[in-house]
Write a protein that binds this ligand. Structure first.
Ligand code: HEB
Length: 726
């Protein structure tokens, strides 16, 4: 029955409908999907595949040769401008990496997200589908050993090198994702819209781009207004949100636009078809089909802007800086109708050889965002400095390009391959080398005894270890217990860490560390002592509840110095909410329960891990400011499953209090006030999926399981940044 292929009435979209999610019926319902991403089941290489190892075995020089050959092997189906795909590849690498934002560490080149929807279909990524398709033979040749994520960045590097630029290096090790990350890209429901600013024009939320579907800013100026100074503001804000300073901004834009051209031969509305995600099935993943003229080469239409910035668009030079400063730029329109700038000097019309038509010459162009570098006084100074010292320009671009394309890889321990630069950079959150002998298991046991003798409570011990380790975020692999940066600025002063109590606890742990290192041949780092403190605290808290447990521990952490810690860049890691400590502030991008899921996602936790951790931490009580919200036990400081049993017990009933976000639990029969709670406590009884997990840990048979699962999730958090173990 049904339709048969080959019949005239065949419709590939015939369908009766599709399953609707709970968010369709109840948009306000807490969505746990962020905690179920990237299941090993969606990975064709399986959970045991070690990409970094596979990449390390490649002969990188040969891979680079293959890419280089591809760059000048112009294909009929998408002819290369001036016979060289280099600039197109650089734009692809930059757009792949450039979606990174420092506020939550999301976006970036890792995962190869650029090849998946939605990013593959963002308007700003127009025609980068061609760049990836051109690289397919290289990808095909190396298969599992060369991820798309690495290949796209590497292609950018090889492109730069093939056009005469010396790069700072390349690190491989970005494994591919097989499904899109769930990322909050902004509130808008349509592309190229901007509903993300406050009344001062500042972006709300973690985003770095100023419009939905743009990598950073609008080339024609804010909302298309060709005002270079306003554009400069947007550029500074937007690039600042990926931790780029003025010098890096000028280097990146000037360096990038030294090469290649913009494509706006035709009016997009007349000629350009749908993006890949919406394109007809027979286009096989390619989008933006251009139905005007040849649809490619001289007729190519991408952004709608048209022209090259320099006279040698496939050779590295300082010509961008020279043109920017030497000419008087006047506003004009591209053939597609976009606002751009050309020199007022008519003689300039002969400067740039056409990309496809022999003998034809064009004027160089600038975007409003390029003119911004000339008009903004601070940017202009840097442009002039770079012009006066091309070597400085080269080095600044090389370093900024390396940072741009490696920012979301985390520490150097994750870098793989022959081209990894040896110079250590501050934004990599460097750690000193581990030296000397590691403490043994016996040593660890002795140290835990010393730690318990400090008189610090189980709550204080566990809270300190959590403050240290839970600063990690898997989105860009920054933060964590290694380095003991919890004792350094800015972390030591974060409100969520209760600075006074934290420094008191740390001082006592430091005493333990010093006393140990004085008499033992094997030194211990404070970072390790802090994690041991957590283990000691949990073991004691379980013991106080009548359970004997052992918390696994892996020594080998080191202590970073303040000088190794870039304070402004670390400031972005400060939690705006931490449900595990019942902490929430108005600076949060979302409501309390969504922020809980967001934090759990940044810690790489599953729904059961989040649940058991939060419940167990409530009974130990590591709450912010010593609050008792969610501490549903008469034995606080011990590790038990009372959070779950009492939350699910029908003897108690919950109601709102006068204080916003605070609820009260009373004994149903007597009306006696028992406990207080916040939304991140009660959600485990209210949300049907979370309640289902809470039931597991409240069940009569779940005692051992509760302890096992709690400890496993705890150790997972403690070791999130142990790339040396992985
Ligand atoms: Fe760029 C191109 C925009 C930055 C690199 N850029 C381009 C275009 C546009 C833009 C619109 C054209 C496209 C077509 O094709 O049509 N950019 C922009 C903006 C910005 C930028 C708005 C901010 C301000 N770039 C940048 C950077 C870089 C770059 C940073 C690197 C580094 N670009 C680039 C290149 C090119 C471009 C290379 C060319 C491409 C070709 O040739 O294809």
């Amino acid at each position: 029955a049904g339709l048969m292929f080959g019949t005239a009435s065949m419709s590939v979209s015939a369908s009766v409908g599709e399953a609707k999610s709970n968010q369709f019926w109840w948009p306000e319902q807490l969505n746990l999907a962020p905690l179920r991403q990237h299941s090993p089941e969606s990975n064709p290489y399986g959970a045991d595949f070690n990409y970094a190892k596979a990449f390390a075995k490649l002969d990188l020089a040969t891979v680079k040769k293959d890419i280089e050959t591809t760059l000048t092997d112009s294909q009929d189906w998408w002819p290369a401008d001036w016979g060289h795909y280099g600039p197109l590849m650089i734009r692809m690498a930059w757009h792949s990496a450039g979606v990174y934002r420092v506020a939550d560490g999301r976006g970036g080149a890792a995962g190869g997200q650029h090849r998946l929807a939605p990013l593959n279909s963002w308007p700003d990524n127009a025609n980068l589908d061609k760049a990836r398709r051109l690289l397919w033979p290289v990808k095909q040749k190396y298969g599992a050993s060369l991820s798309w994520a690495d290949l796209m960045v590497l292609a950018g590097n090889v492109a730069l090198e093939s056009m005469g630029f010396e790069t700072f290096g390349f690190a491989g090790g970005r494994s591919d994702d097989w499904e899109p990350d769930l990322v909050y890209w902004g509130p808008e429901k349509a592309f190229l819209k901007d509903k993300r600013r406050d009344k001062f024009g500042k972006l709300k939320g973690p985003m770095a781009a100023v419009e939905m579907g743009l990598i950073y800013v609008n080339p024609e100026g804010p909302h298309g207004k060709p005002d270079p100074l306003l554009a400069a503001n947007d550029i500074r804000m937007s690039f600042g949100r990926m931790a780029m300073n003025d010098e890096e901004i000028v280097a990146l834009i000037a360096g990038g636009h030294t090469l290649g051209k913009a494509h706006g031969a035709k009016k997009p509305s007349d000629c350009i078809g749908k993006e890949p995600a919406a394109a007809p099935i027979e286009q096989q993943g390619l989008g933006w089909k251009n139905s005007c003229g040849t649809g490619k080469g001289a007729d190519a239409t991408t952004s709608g802007l048209e022209g090259a910035w320099t006279v040698t668009p496939t050779r590295w030079s300082t010509n961008y800086l020279d043109n920017l400063m030497n000419f008087n730029w006047v506003l004009t329109k591209s053939p597609a109708g976009a606002k751009q700038w050309i020199p007022d000097n008519p003689a300039a019309a002969n400067l740039v050889p056409d990309a496809h038509i022999p003998g034809k010459r064009n004027a160089p162009i600038m975007f409003t965002t390029d003119i911004a570098l000339k008009e903004d006084p601070a940017f202009r100074k840097i442009v002039e400095r770079f012009r006066a010292d091309p070597k400085e320009f080269d080095l600044a671009f090389a370093k900024a390009w390396f940072k741009l394309t490696h920012r979301d890889m985390g520490p150097r321990a994750r870098y793989v391959g022959a081209d990894v630069p040896s110079e250590v950079l501050l934004w990599q959150d460097p750690l000193p080398e581990a030296t000397g002998k590691q403490i043994s298991e016996k040593d660890a046991a002795k140290l835990k005894k010393q730690i318990l003798k400090t008189g610090l409570t189980t709550s204080e011990l566990v809270r300190t270890a959590w403050a240290s380790a839970a600063s990690h975020r898997v989105t860009d692999m920054r933060g964590g217990a290694n380095g003991a940066r919890v004792r350094l600025e800015p972390q030591a002063s974060w409100a969520v860490n209760n600075p006074k109590a934290l420094s008191n606890a740390l001082a006592k742990l430091e005493d333990v560390q010093k006393a140990w290192n004085k008499k033992s041949r094997r030194d211990v780092s404070l970072a390790d002592v802090i994690v041991l403190a957590g283990a000691a605290g949990i073991e004691q808290a379980a013991k106080d509840a009548g359970m004997k447990v052992a918390v696994p521990f892996a020594a080998g952490r080191v202590d970073a110095s303040q000088a190794q810690t870039e304070v402004p860049s670390f400031a972005h890691l400060e939690p705006k909410a931490d449900a595990f400590r019942n902490y929430f502030t108005d600076a949060s991008y979302f409501g309390p329960t969504e922020m809980m899921v967001d934090k759990a996602n940044m810690l790489g936790l599953t729904v059961p891990e989040m649940t058991v951790l939060l419940g167990g931490l409530r009974s130990i009580n590591i709450n912010y400011d010593g609050s008792e919200h969610g501490v549903f036990t008469d034995k606080p400081g011990t590790l038990n499953n009372d959070f779950f049993t009492n939350l699910l017990d029908m003897r108690y009933t919950w109601s709102k209090t006068n204080q916003e976000g605070i609820y009260q639990g009373k004994e149903r029969a007597s009306g006696k006030a028992m406990w207080t709670a916040t939304p991140v406590d009660l959600i485990f009884g209210s949300n049907s999926e979370l309640r289902a997990i809470a039931e597991v840990y409240a069940s009569a048979d779940a005692k051992q399981k509760f302890y096992d699962d709690f400890i496993a999730a705890w150790v997972k958090v403690m070791q999130l940044d142990r790339f040396d173990l992985k």
